[in-house]
Design a protein around this ligand. Structure first.
Ligand SMILES: *Cc1c(COP(=O)(O)O)cnc(C)c1O
Length: 392
């Protein structure tokens, strides 16, 4: 008999938990050992083999969350991304990626792939036809990221997965921005789902980790490289991450709700010229997002009117922190033109739609009214300063 699949918050709370048979404690015991007696010749337990009790328990939880057969936890999101990509690519192979990628991934490709002899093509936008055109006989992997950073464009996951499958290409997705709460790409035929667990899985801005979820067959290839590269996560952090994921469902749903309300409010605000949030009906990809996401997520971007200086605005916020990272329970903002996209020329930024007044907003779990009040007072403070500056 097939056991009924458990619901999201039950998976978050219970799947994979280790039983404390000695003391009947409520939570998984933490096994910090790096040395284990041989159980039999086949099982050699060692943290870098990704098979300690805590690693295996958390992997089960993440696999269940992503509707995948297996999962593996890494020391960072980039360790997960680099290991997954390189597991399926070798000299002479070709990979197709979206251009709108997380900066670290973009730099992994552009700074390292040439020396491995791996060829790559970046496609602009999210049109499946441009992906089709980029495919070569040597294409082994296609890699997408949706919703994208920082403009929250949406890619039709199923369309990409279908083309990949028809051409015998391994499809990968960076599912970090959505989190497993809002999007499960395996359901649409994606082969390998990758997360920076530093973000929504960790959720408290105090854990650096990554995860990959896929079939057992694909995992074998990833594992064979992962044990050579050595990007495993310390068991203490594995244990902390297990604790964090217990509340991921309720955290992310609260963030979804806050983000929707904030997006609608910002959309009506006289000093905000544009809001990028897939939950808004006027978002160009709203229909695709509604089709493939359970919730629209806690990430958005908005553009300040030209007369509102973006740096001054960020400095004037009192509750919302300005921060490089995202997805914590606390709301944070950053200016892509001054941080993630600072190295691009102004023309290139303009071409990618990254204006100086663009603010990326990671919505936390605070009361929305307090977030609105904070943004309102910051805009007021910047406008007042502007008036004083002009009168001197
Ligand atoms: C942060 C992030 C990464 C990289 O993860 P690290 O844990 O910082 O290595 C990859 N993809 C996305 C979308 C991210 O936001």
């Amino acid at each position: 008999m097939k056991t009924k699949k458990k619901g999201l918050n039950t998976i978050c709370t219970h799947v994979g938990e280790l039983e404390d048979s000695l003391f009947k404690g409520a939570v998984s015991p933490l096994y910090m050992s790096t040395s284990y007696a041989f159980e039999d010749v086949d099982i050699k337990r060692y943290p870098r083999y990704f098979n300690t009790p805590n690693q295996m328990a958390l992997s089960q939880k993440i696999a269940a969350l992503e509707h995948a057969e297996e999962a593996m936890i890494f020391g960072s999101g980039m360790a997960a991304i680099s290991t997954a990509l390189l597991a399926f690519l070798q000299a002479g192979d070709h990979v197709v990626l979206q251009r709108m990628l997380y900066g670290g991934t973009y730099h992994l490709i552009t700074e390292q792939f040439e020396k491995f002899g791996i060829e790559y093509t970046f496609i602009d936008g999210s049109d499946p036809d441009s992906f089709k055109k980029a495919i070569r006989p040597t294409t082994r992997v296609v890699y997408i990221e949706t919703p994208s950073n920082p403009l929250l464009t949406i890619t039709d996951i199923k369309a990409f997965a279908d083309i990949a499958r028809a051409n015998n290409i391994v499809s990968m997705i960076d599912n970090t921005f959505a989190s497993p709460v809002n999007q499960n790409p395996v359901d649409f035929g994606i082969d390998v789902v990758i997360h920076s667990a530093t973000k929504y899985m960790g959720g408290h801005s105090d854990i650096l980790a990554g995860a990959v979820a896929c079939s057992a067959v694909h995992m074998e290839r990833i594992f064979n490289l992962a044990k050579n590269l050595g990007g495993s996560l310390s068991d203490y952090t594995v244990w902390l991450l297990e604790r964090s994921i217990k509340t991921m469902g309720i955290r992310v749903k609260a963030q979804n709700e806050n983000a929707q309300q904030m997006a609608e409010w910002l959309n009506r605000h006289p000093h905000i010229s544009k809001v990028y949030y897939p939950g808004l009906k006027d978002h160009p990809d709203h229909d695709i997002a509604a089709k493939q996401m359970h919730g629209f997520g806690g990430m958005m971007s908005f553009e300040l009117h030209e007369e509102i200086d973006a740096s001054l605005f960020q400095k004037s916020l009192k509750l919302i922190k300005s921060s490089m990272s995202l997805a914590g329970v606390e709301s944070t903002v950053l200016s892509p033109s001054q941080t993630s996209h600072a190295l691009l020329s102004p023309e290139e930024r303009e071409k990618q739609g990254i204006r100086d007044g663009l603010i990326r907003f990671s919505v936390g779990i605070e009361e929305v009214q307090d977030l609105m009040d904070d943004i309102e007072q910051a805009i007021l403070a910047v406008r007042k300063k502007g008036v004083t500056a002009h009168s001197h």
